[in-house]
Ligand binder design. Structure first.
Ligand SMILES: [Zn+2]
Length: 399
């Protein structure tokens, strides 16, 4: 905060004094023809000497004329104010810019964009939306950026239909002009998929499984291995009692290369229990493990082997995996098998804890971690950036 204030003040003093030295920036000329610094400049210094930094910033801002040369300084100052949470002051500053006729059209659009960012920061989404819709239609320079911010507005309002429309416009822009033309941020195709999944989940809440299935299918258009939509369709197919369709989509999930998670395993169990063949769960687990040597799958497979072929078969299988795929949770599970006596309870508790701690989700983008999956990271608001992680050994092995 202090550093920001100090930097801000240095920036402003230099900008105002620079404008004076060059004899521009709208400074008045007195009768003798000498440029004079505006009175706000001296007021600013008085505030500074009295230790009143915020008043000093305001005084220097007033002293700084608005024109093509100083616009960037005003924009930078407004951005710092917004980031410091002083949104009201940022809004006043940007509204003031929009009243200046001497700015070019592009600079007015830039000021509009900043004002829309202020409104988003203040939670004034209706006002931000109106500005951004106009900007997207009128500005060629800031159109994609305005549409990206519109997505922020619609996400905040959970207006998923409007968000789908804007995402589709960004996809069309990326297809015709290249990905960079669609602005910064996550690919619009991926965002569109998640908005449609949100619509699907909303439909499920009111029992609309057919509508949900249609949304999931639309989400898969252009990204056929999208995990969230595939999981959604499997659930809808199970609800419909269509075990064949559920297994077809689950196989696509297995082939998507995404790491198996406890919820995916749970889904496989549900899909297999809908089949009449009791061996289908074991054979599916074996097929899945052949594709992905994850400790989670190894432990699930061992549990099923123990039930069908006995504990020794399960132990043999787990031991056979450790040479090639070392895993703390698999080793702990094997060690637990030899600790069944009451005296061994303390070490059993520690190993139990080790296995439990081995599971969780972590965001690739900001590092947020938790025990459950979020399709949108609570830390950084990225979509599908939380991934299932194993323990230290699994991470070393890249699984
Ligand atoms: Zn994150």
């Amino acid at each position: 905060m202090l550093l920001n204030n100090a930097l801000l003040l240095v920036l402003l003093v230099l900008a105002v004094a620079g404008g004076w030295t060059l004899g521009r920036s709208g400074l008045r000329m007195d009768m003798a023809g000498r440029a004079q610094l505006p009175s706000q400049y001296y007021r600013g210094f008085n505030f500074l000497l009295d230790g009143e930094e915020e008043d000093a910033v305001d005084a220097f801002t007033e002293a700084l004329a608005v024109n093509e040369e100083t616009l960037d300084t005003h924009i930078a100052l407004g951005s710092v104010l917004r980031k410091r949470g002083e949104v009201d002051r940022a809004i006043r500053m940007h509204q003031n810019l929009l009243k200046r006729p001497q700015l070019s059209v592009v600079q007015l659009h830039q000021s509009h964009l900043e004002l829309a960012r202020d409104f988003i920061a203040a939670g004034l989404y209706d006002r931000a939306e109106q500005l951004l819709v106009d900007l997207a239609a009128q500005s060629s320079e800031f159109s994609a950026t305005a549409q990206r911010h519109l997505l922020d507005v619609y996400e905040a309002q959970r207006d998923w239909s409007a968000a789908v429309t804007i995402a589709e416009e960004l996809i069309a822009r990326a297809e015709s002009e290249g990905q960079s033309a669609a602005g910064h941020g996550q690919p619009a195709q991926q965002l569109r998929g998640h908005y449609l999944c949100e619509l699907a989940e909303h439909a499920i809440e009111s029992g609309g499984y057919d509508a949900a299935k249609s949304f999931y299918e639309q989400a898969l258009r252009g990204q056929p291995q999208e995990l969230r939509a595939l999981m959604g369709i499997v659930r809808c197919a199970l609800k419909d009692g269509d075990g064949t369709l559920a297994m077809t989509y689950f196989s696509r999930m297995m082939g998507s290369g995404r790491r198996c998670t406890p919820e995916m395993l749970g889904l496989l169990r549900d899909v297999c229990s809908a089949e009449s063949d009791s061996d289908v769960y074991l054979s599916s687990l074996q097929q899945y493990y052949d594709q992905q040597h994850s400790p989670l799958l190894a432990l699930a497979l061992a549990e099923e082997l123990a039930q069908q072929q006995g504990v020794e078969a399960a132990r043999l299988f787990l031991r056979s995996t450790l040479d090639q795929y070392p895993s703390a949770s698999v080793a702990a599970s094997l060690a637990l098998g030899g600790l069944e006596s009451e005296q061994a309870r303390p070490e059993r508790d520690v190993l139990d804890q080790l296995i439990r701690n081995d599971h969780g989700y972590q965001c690739d983008h900001c590092g947020f971690s938790g025990k459950t999956r979020h399709w949108r990271c609570p830390g950084c608001r990225h979509w599908d950036s939380l991934h299932y992680r194993g323990g230290a050994l699994e991470q070393l092995n890249g699984r």
